[in-house]
Design a protein around this ligand. Structure first.
Ligand code: NAD
Length: 291
């Protein structure tokens, strides 16, 4: 049966873009957010606003969540008004939040076989969300992912099944730990070059044509850091959350190396000079950084 009615819970930097593109691609979209300003923006884009997630669950065949933390996701899945209690038979919950693998596994188990649950965190930022070009890292049942595919392909162009429930969030946390580590190492490399007489622009032109290049040197430095725009749409607060979750995961599974520990300490320390609402690229100019 073709999916038509889609719910989106969390209409923030990511969720609003996803809701808009679903409307553009012909789905009937109902949305929910705690913020009246986000509700207003979504309404302007053709999204019908629901007061509570439970009123989405009554009609939607698939619900996308884009919420800050695992506890927020659990809050709308569990409990008497949650997806487990109120979801239509065979409905699917696609959690695109960067969340905790342990929580994803618990929520997938609670959905059982009557409902579907995928942990499907994304990469691509608000730009990827509003253009339908996200990368999905999916954990959960492959058959459920196939049923969700029409919606996933409306939102993204790379849909990667990583493994069983929780595997999507393992991949996402490890990915973001790498981005965090890369920002820390590139800022040092750029500072070293500057101290040796080569400005950032010049050394990055060379690196981007050589083997030390990465998404951080090619995209972050060009688009958000050297331009001083710092408007990526991803905040220090969310990146610190991801680094902390990656560190916790590493400790839980007994695989937490020296580099990861140092990266985790550096991002924790950044809280002293940079508030949660700042762009995450400001890490490279944080007070106390070597630049
Ligand atoms: P955001 O803070 O901009 O949006 C979250 C929205 O959820 C807010 O509008 C908030 O009002 C709403 N909300 C919170 N609790 C709610 C609830 N119980 N019911 C309804 N609405 C609720 O965050 P974001 O940047 O859009 O990120 C969302 C998720 O996606 C996070 O887990 C983040 O780590 C992840 N993510 C973000 C990016 C990015 O570049 N921004 C990229 C990839 C993944």
């Amino acid at each position: 049966m073709a999916m038509k009615h889609i719910g989106v819970i969390g209409l923030g930097a990511m969720g609003l873009g996803m809701a808009k593109i679903l409307v553009e691609r012909g789905f009937t979209v109902r949305g929910c957010d705690l913020s009246s300003e986000r509700q207003r923006l979504a309404q302007q884009a053709g999204v019908t606003i629901a007061a509570e997630p439970s009123s989405l669950y009554a009609v939607c065949e698939l619900v996308v969540a884009s919420l800050p933390k695992a506890a927020d996701v659990a809050g709308v899945v569990e409990g008497p008004a949650g997806f487990v209690a109120r979801g239509r038979p065979d409905a699917i919950f696609v959690d695109t939040s960067t969340s905790e693998p342990r929580v994803s596994r618990k929520l997938a188990a609670a959905c059982g076989t009557r409902l579907g649950f995928l942990d499907a965190p994304v990469s691509g930022g608000p730009q990827g969300a509003k253009t339908g070009t996200l990368t999905f890292m999916v954990g959960g049942d492959k058959e459920v992912m196939e049923r969700a595919r029409p919606v996933l392909t409306a939102l993204g162009n790379k849909i990667i099944h990583v493994g069983a429930s929780g595997a999507g969030n393992v991949a996402k946390l490890v990915n973001n730990l790498l981005v965090a580590a890369n920002l820390a190492s590139v800022r040092e490399a750029v500072a070293l070059a500057a101290a040796a007489g080569v400005p950032a622009e010049d050394v990055l032109t060379a690196i981007n044509a050589a083997s030390g290049r990465s998404a951080v040197t090619e995209v972050n430095y060009t688009r958000w850091i050297l331009s001083e725009r710092f408007d990526s749409g991803f905040t220090m607060g969310l990146m610190r959350k991801d680094v902390q979750l990656a560190a916790k995961l590493g400790q839980d599974v007994g695989s937490f190396g020296a580099v990861s520990a140092l990266v985790s300490d550096l991002w924790d320390a950044s809280a002293q000079g940079l508030g949660d609402g700042e762009d995450f690229n400001k890490f490279v100019i944080a007070p106390g950084s070597s630049e």
